[in-house]
Ligand binder design. Sequence first.
Ligand SMILES: NC(=O)c1ccc[n+]([C@@H]2O[C@H](COP(=O)([O-])OP(=O)(O)OC[C@H]3O[C@@H](n4cnc5c(N)ncnc54)[C@H](OP(=O)(O)O)[C@@H]3O)[C@@H](O)[C@H]2O)c1
Length: 315
Amino acid sequence: MKPKNCLIFGASGQIGRNLIRSLTKSNIKVTALTRNIHQKGYIIKTQANPGYLEIVEGSIFNYDLLKKLFRQADLCVNLVGILFEKGKNNFTNIHIEFPKMISKLASIYNLEKFIHLSALGIENAGESIYAQSKLKGEKEILNNFNKAVILRPSIVYSVDDNFTTQLMTLLGLLPIFPIYYNGKTKFRPIHCSDLTNSITKIITDDIRENIIEFAGPDEMSFKEILEKLLSSIEKKRLLFPMPISLARMTAHIFELLPRPLITNDQLRLLKYDNVLSGKYKSNIDFNLNCSLKFEDEVNKYSYMWRNEGEYSKKE
Ligand SMILES: NC(=O)c1ccc[n+]([C@@H]2O[C@H](COP(=O)([O-])OP(=O)(O)OC[C@H]3O[C@@H](n4cnc5c(N)ncnc54)[C@H](OP(=O)(O)O)[C@@H]3O)[C@@H](O)[C@H]2O)c1
């Protein structure tokens, strides 16, 4: 069968890299748009089955380029997202205007499917600009393209993430580690390959649903996540419940950095549990298998964060 062509925005990111592997193994060709082919091209290229990938350099706001790409596409997955704002890379442009524009194009060029990555818990987090922008983006998409499938995952982890790997690095460095809201916020971490294999299945099995929530098998508080990571890297640290006023002050300082560790907007988001709402169907309803367990998966790669690195690996 002639392979379909899937246009991916945000292909160089954590989910994008894993998705390219999954799609191209399933006889789906990928066209990946990147801002800088010199910086990101090699990361994207090594993920694909040979002959299944085209990398195009350009801006996500170059409308003529987008029209050309949509003309050749059967499917589209939008993974472009940011956690903090920098200049024109702000929540309005990235989470609302861009999805609005490409969902219109998906409709004009009559794509078979348009899959968009949103996030779990955004309906509760009214105080977070990130959450509100994601929500507005979803509304624009559903207005423009009724065949859209919006996925709302909980936190996504893998060996190449910015979550477990960054936390293990910080836990290795800091004798005392701050936790916000007493570390009580709940998450359902989902392994990146479980999520990307599900995206492939949504395409191959033609699953039709406007909003699907995604959660991994274990519900864990932020404190429990840190304790699991600490046990995995064989370190003991004091987890210090930081008063929220102090957390806000430190976040203001972090916001001055090019890549802040935490922002005030993320602090507002962290207040709300990141678990299935019960209002929408989830991966479980569609038999999308997301059963990889956090502890087992993290144990497979965490040994590099132990004192003895690879020599600490248990055979
Ligand atoms: N990872 C999670 O835990 C998680 C959880 C819930 C929802 N999500 C959502 O899933 C989506 C993908 O997440 P991810 O973890 O793969 O993100 P990621 O690793 O941070 O990658 C984000 C992607 O967006 C691209 N991007 C950002 N600003 C751009 C711009 N101005 N122009 C063009 N490209 C731009 C990045 O390109 P560059 O590489 O060039 O910067 C990158 O490819 C996002 O929408 C995110 O909100 C992620």
